[in-house]
Every structure is written in structure tokens, then in C-alpha cells.
Design a protein around this ligand. Structure first.
Ligand code: PTJ
Length: 256
């Protein structure tokens, strides 16, 4: 992969992720539309200060409790996630005994298989593909799920999701953990737990938290889940953005 920006560039990381996504398109992993979706994410990341804020940290802890206590957790992977955090997805799946399942909005058998091969090359075990499972009430390609994966799952982690599918999965009785930089999205509003942050920071944080919290007693994990309020977390994210922009508008040098 060609990295265009030097490490000394002030926006090196941002450029690196763009290069990764462009490489993903070249490898037949990421969709062209995935590039524009990433652009929307970048804009929100800018508003969030490109860091993991307190409201995201709270959601990450609750998501960790849910993944640890789940009967069958599944990580749903699309073309952006597969290229931005492949090794981290595999590590998280191994640590939580989660299944990895490819789920694409833009239908492409070729891209599905490319993602499977890419993840396997990096050490993934089984990578599930959609088969006979169907999510009722969804018309897009994302309705197709694996019977052994998302259909059976009780907890599903969905980085870069669409709101209809999130709502439909919740209606099926699944607990949905969304990673979405946009706190206004339908996904953010419909998920049980919304981590308003960039997946490139969230997945490594989830790995760290799983390593810490897996020694906790089950009752403690459950009580953390039970005391969580997703609406409050989304409210905090929006208030944070509004406050940050207000401060920035008064003093362009302020860092908050
Ligand atoms: O499934 P594919 O590979 O065919 O690609 C599907 C895309 C990603 C194009 C599409 O299904 C999709 O989900 O796009 P949306 O509906 O625009 O949703 C993307 C959401 O993810 C937006 O709210 C973005 O703000 C957010 N987002 C983008 N990049 C990141 C992100 N959230 C967290 N981390 C990111 N890196």
C-alpha cells in the first residue's frame, strides 16, 4: 500500500486511513460508496476532536460487558471495517469468542469472498457469509445474514451500519452495539449501545477493556449493562459538540 503523507504531516493519521480505504477499493474489499461514507465519518470526527471522549468511553465499557456476557456475539464486517481494522477485529473476536460475519450493503459476492480471504490471510478462523438467514422487513442486501451467525446471535457489534437494519435487528430481540461517528444517525438512535467514535480507535479500546473486565464477576458486568442509558450518551455527545464549537467560535486557538 502506498502511504502518501509523511509521518511528520500534522494530519498523518487521517491521510493514512484514506490511503487504506483507497487500497481497500483496489483490493476489491471496500466499495466506492464506502469512501463517501468515510468522508461523512471524518467530518463528524473533526467535530468530536478526533479523540475518544467520555461518552464514548462509557459506551465502550458497556459494550465490553455485553460482549463478555453474550451467549453468541457476532461482529458484522463491511468493506470499510475490513480494511481499516482487520487485525483488531480478529483479536477482538478471538478474545470474546465472537463470530466474524461479512455483511455488505452494496451486494457483491466477489467483495464478500475478497474480505473472507483477506481476513483469513491475517489469521482469522471461520469467517461467516450470509446464507439462509433473512432479517424481516429489510429490503437491502444487508437483510441476508448467516443462520449460524447473526441469526443465532444475541449480541451484534455493527461498525458502519444503516439505521433500518439496526432497528430490525433490535426488533428481532438482538442487542446491537453500533460504532458510529454520527450521533444523529438512525443507527445511533436505534442501537442499544452507540459508541460515538471512530472504529479505528474503538476496536483497540474494546480489546483493552475486554482484557481488563473479563475477570469481573458476571453480576458486576450485568449491573453495568443495566445502569446504562443510550439516550443520555447520545445527548452528551451532541452537547459536547455544541459546546466545543461554541468555545472554538470564541477563540480559534482553544483546544477542547
Ligand atoms: O457494506 P459496504 O461495504 O457495501 O459499504 C456500505 C457503506 C459503508 C457505504 C454504507 O452501507 C453505509 O453504512 O454508509 P452510511 O449509511 O453513510 O453510514 C456510515 C456511517 O458510519 C455514517 O454515519 C458515518 O458517520 C459513520 N462512519 C464512517 N466512517 C466511520 C464511521 N463511524 C465510525 N468509524 C468510522 N471510521
Amino acid at each position: 500500500m502506498k502511504i502518501n503523507a509523511p509521518k511528520s504531516h500534522p494530519r498523518y493519521l487521517s491521510n493514512l486511513y484514506r490511503d487504506k480505504l483507497a487500497y481497500g477499493v483496489k483490493l476489491g474489499i471496500t466499495s466506492l460508496q464506502g469512501l463517501t461514507a468515510h468522508g461523512r465519518g471524518e467530518a463528524f470526527d473533526y467535530l468530536l476532536g478526533e479523540k475518544t471522549n467520555d461518552f464514548a468511553k462509557i459506551a465502550i465499557k458497556v459494550a465490553t460487558c455485553m460482549l463478555i456476557t453474550a451467549r453468541h456475539p457476532v461482529i458484522s464486517v463491511n468493506g470499510n471495517t475490513a480494511i481499516l481494522a482487520p487485525a483488531e477485529i480478529i483479536t477482538l473476536a478471538n478474545l470474546t469468542n465472537a463470530s466474524i460475519e461479512v455483511n455488505l450493503f452494496h451486494a457483491s459476492k466477489k467483495r464478500e469472498n475478497n474480505i473472507v480471504h483477506y481476513l483469513k490471510k491475517l489469521g482469522a478462523g471461520t469467517v461467516l457469509l450470509p446464507n439462509k438467514g433473512i432479517i424481516p422487513g429489510i429490503d437491502s442486501n444487508r437483510r441476508m445474514i448467516s443462520k449460524e451467525g447473526q441469526k443465532d446471535a444475541d449480541v451484534i457489534l455493527v461498525p458502519l451500519e444503516d439505521g433500518d437494519r439496526t432497528g430490525a435487528l433490535v426488533a428481532m430481540g438482538k442487542k446491537v452495539i453500533a460504532i458510529d461517528l454520527n450521533p444523529l444517525s438512525r443507527t445511533a438512535k436505534r442501537a442499544n449501545v452507540t459508541i460515538v467514535d471512530n472504529l479505528v480507535r474503538v476496536i483497540p479500546d474494546l480489546i483493552c477493556q475486554v482484557k481488563i473486565m473479563r475477570s469481573y464477576k458476571k453480576e458486576k458486568l450485568i449491573s453495568i449493562i443495566d445502569s446504562y442509558d443510550n439516550h443520555l450518551v447520545l445527548e452528551k455527545a451532541l452537547i459536547y459538540i455544541a459546546r466545543r464549537l461554541t468555545l472554538l467560535s470564541r477563540n480559534s486557538d482553544v483546544m477542547v
